[in-house]
Design a protein around this ligand. Structure first.
Ligand code: C2E
Ligand code: MG
Ligand code: MG
Ligand code: MG
Length: 275
């Protein structure tokens, strides 16, 4: 695990998206090469208060600056990284770089929070706890301004170990966010049993707020429930201005989406903080 071992073929002998074993191996070598060459970097997407539209934090989102393919989005390499075991290195590299860049950009000014994504592969043992602690120390980033985002997938396979990992991450002073809520399992028992501080409502739900109907009631109930449980709520995928009044009426604290800003490179993130 975590060592970048080659997976020559799928266990079934089949291949992903009709790729040959050769294509698969070469993509995997390329990922390993790109990681060693420092081609991965965080982009930053603002997370904004719904009430006043003020910048509160950023989510770090991985990008691969590929010498031939240009800027590559996570949907092109996260799966591959998970299959060949490199995802843990990618996640921690993005986390460390985002911490360093945001800390530098904030300078002596107010410190926004930083949200980072961790693959479900981190939640099968305690390695990630040491990994996060080391990088917090190395970058001097304040632990109480870091939020770790994970999806329910991370909790289903081995809930006992996952629970232990989450508690130890919280012991570092880091906050926990449940990402993409509304897709996947959406079991309310996860909210109840695991110590989440933040609930991120998936964009497929948020988009429906523009339409009258039952989804509106579901989102409203989720926001109310999260509030009663003392959690912050972030609405993902706020693409248009018309979504803001319903989110405000529902008492949703934070929004994130193209309406506010797309994910941007570190230099533009720093400009945003200067303004
Ligand atoms: P996510 O964590 O749910 O991140 C939000 C995704 O929604 C981002 O896509 C973001 O660019 C996109 N988005 C934000 N606002 C809007 C909007 O208004 N409309 C639409 N249509 N999309 C919006 P991105 O950057 O392509 O990342 C996709 C997914 O890849 C992320 O979903 C996350 O699951 C994963 N990912 C990204 N970076 C990392 C990483 O460093 N580690 C791991 N393990 N996964 C990552
Ligand atoms: Mg996320
Ligand atoms: Mg999400
Ligand atoms: Mg997502």
């Amino acid at each position: 695990r975590g060592g970048g071992h080659l997976v020559v073929a799928e266990p079934t002998g089949g291949s992903v998206r009709g790729e040959s074993a050769l294509e698969w191996i070469s993509r995997e070598y390329d990922l390993e090469r790109g990681l060693a060459a420092g081609e991965f970097e965080p982009f930053f997407q603002p997370i904004v208060t719904v009430e006043r539209g003020e910048l509160a934090g950023f989510e770090a989102l991985a990008r691969w600056r590929h010498p031939e393919r240009g800027l590559v989005a996570p949907c092109e390499f996260i799966d591959l990284g998970e299959k060949c075991g490199l995802i843990r290195q990618i996640d921690l590299k993005i986390m460390a770089e985002a911490c360093a860049l945001l800390r530098k950009a904030a300078g002596d000014g107010p410190m926004p929070f930083l949200s980072v994504n961790l693959s479900s592969q981190h939640f099968t043992d305690l390695d990630v706890v040491t990994g996060l602690a080391e990088r917090l120390r190395a970058t001097g980033f304040p632990a109480d301004h870091l939020k770790v985002e994970l999806t329910e997938t991370a909790l289903v396979q081995d809930p006992v170990t996952a629970y232990d990992v989450l508690c130890r991450i919280k012991d570092l002073g880091v906050k926990l966010a449940l990402d993409d809520f509304g897709t996947g399992y959406s079991s309310l028992s996860y909210l109840h049993r695991f110590p989440f501080d933040v609930l991120k409502i998936d964009q497929s739900f948020v988009r429906e707020l523009g339409n009258p109907g039952r989804t509106h009631h579901i989102v409203e109930s989720i926001i109310t429930l999260a509030g009663r449980m003392g959690m912050e709520v972030v609405a993902e995928g706020v693409e248009t201005e018309d979504l803001i009044p319903p989110l405000r009426d529902l008492g949703c604290t934070f929004g994130q989406g193209y309406h506010y800003s797309r994910p941007v490179a570190a230099d533009r993130m720093a400009e945003m903080l200067d303004r």
